[in-house]
Design a protein around this ligand. Structure first.
Ligand code: APR
Ligand code: PHB
Length: 390
């Protein structure tokens, strides 16, 4: 087989790039290790920067997002029971975010690929990358007993943190930066009315909590738990009781509880791999960087990679201009590190650290009080949350 751009990974990054390039007449093949059902069964985050929402519309798959997604112009921060609001609209110069589940977004991207007869290969096993440092790279994968070869101009590693692409970069070239946090997030999805029309980020001496939503009948809640905890340690009743204990009384009082339809624990880590290009391999999304979910940057950081790659590829194929491809790694990493900083800062601000000393707790309290006493600090938070310019 032959294509122009071979994309490894059928998650939001790979599908978005495939869709955008197809609309510009650039041929791609997406290789996904799992079935479509498996990919769509994963529950992930759901806050989209306005720039990402724009990219979905440009990719001609923003219709359902605009119909079913919610525009949020602010969110709430509760601190040991006291609630304060971050007015994103006011402090970002009139911008906002879209609350729309990553699962639905990925479903829209698959539907868009189907509408255009996009080539997405599922259950592609043993994907391997070859001759990446030549101008004739190729990818192989196994379909049953048959090994299939795809010749291409470029390979995109959009295969997530556990994929093969990043590992294809020689060890003496690849630099990895990582911070692992001493706790995880226990998340629950429930068919219940969300407790608040806007997200609530809760700081509490018992640990962090987050009240989010997927729709007015589907709620998503998280509590900070020790990394040693398992889902088995947490009955639904125990989860609801602990969540309520970390929220202001009036919020807890109106909490609608119900059986969890999904319950999982995600460890928190910050991770960046550099460079994001090696030869004709380009990394995008979780394959190159991971953030703790506190800042809602994971999906949005992936989208900015795709934004830069998309424009660079179009410049290459349409104008023979390779400046975008040459500057891709530096440009993408510059924005990735800003998302890293913001996610780290939100995580340090709102979680309890098992090894913290009283001085740390005082600093955390002061950071929060400064935030709500300074227009400049609120403006900085707002511009990062709605999304820095690409
Ligand atoms: N071969 C083919 N596909 C693979 C391989 C492989 N060896 N390894 C992994 N994959 C697939 C995975 O099954 C997954 O569907 O690559 C896809 C990567 O998708 P994501 O992990 O969703 O990564 P990305 O598309 O970059 O999206 C980033 O996902 O995890 C969230 O918070 C993160 O929101 C961010 C978003
Ligand atoms: C979510 O809705 O899952 C969500 C929202 C905001 C975050 C993290 C997760 O910061």
């Amino acid at each position: 087989m032959k294509t122009q751009v071979c994309i490894v990974g059928g998650g939001p990054s790979g599908l978005m790039l495939s869709q955008l390039l197809h609309l510009k007449g650039i041929d791609t093949i997406v290789l996904e290790k799992h079935s479509r059902e498996y990919v769509l069964s994963r529950i992930r985050a759901g806050v989209l920067e306005h720039g990402f929402a724009e990219l979905m519309r440009e990719a001609e798959c923003g219709e359902r997002m605009d119909r079913e997604g919610e525009i949020h112009e602010g969110f709430l921060v509760s601190d040991n029971g006291a609630m304060r609001r971050v007015d994103l609209h006011k402090y970002s110069g009139g911008s906002s975010v879209v609350v729309y589940g990553q699962t639905e977004l990925t479903r829209d991207l698959y539907d868009a690929r189907d509408r255009m007869n996009g080539k997405v290969v599922h259950n592609a096993e043993d994907v391997a990358l070859h001759d990446l440092d030549t101008d004739k790279p190729y990818v192989t994968y196994r379909a049953g007993d048959e090994v299939i070869r795809i010749d291409c101009d470029y390979v995109i590693g959009a295969d997530g943190f556990h994929g093969v692409s990043r590992k294809a970069i020689p060890k003496d070239v690849l630099r990895e930066y990582e911070r692992v946090y001493p706790f995880g997030w226990l998340g629950v999805l429930s068919r219940t009315k969300p407790v608040s029309p806007e997200l609530i980020y809760a700081r509490h001496e018992r640990g962090f909590a987050l009240c989010s939503l997927r729709s007015q009948v589907l709620s998503r809640y998280y509590i900070q738990v020790p990394l040693t905890d398992t889902v088995g340690d947490w009955s639904d009743d125990a989860f609801w009781a602990e969540l309520k204990s970390r929220l202001p009384d009036e919020v807890a009082a109106r909490m609608v509880t119900g059986p969890s339809i999904e319950k999982s624990i995600a460890p928190l880590r910050s991770f960046v791999a550099e460079p994001m290009r090696w030869g004709n391999l380009f990394l995008a999304g979780d394959a190159a960087h991971i953030v703790p979910p506190t800042g809602a940057r994971g999906l949005n950081s992936a989208a900015s990679d795709i934004y830069y790659l998309y424009h660079a590829m179009v410049d290459h194929y349409a104008k023979g201009d390779d400046s975008g491809l040459e500057s891709y790694s530096a440009k993408a990493l510059a924005r990735v590190w800003k998302a890293q900083r913001f996610s780290w800062w939100m995580t340090m601000l709102l979680h309890t650290f098992p090894d913290s000393i009283p001085y740390d707790n005082k600093l955390q309290q002061t950071d929060l009080d400064y935030l709500f006493s300074s227009e400049a600090a609120l403006a900085s938070l707002a511009e990062n949350y709605v999304g820095l310019p690409f």
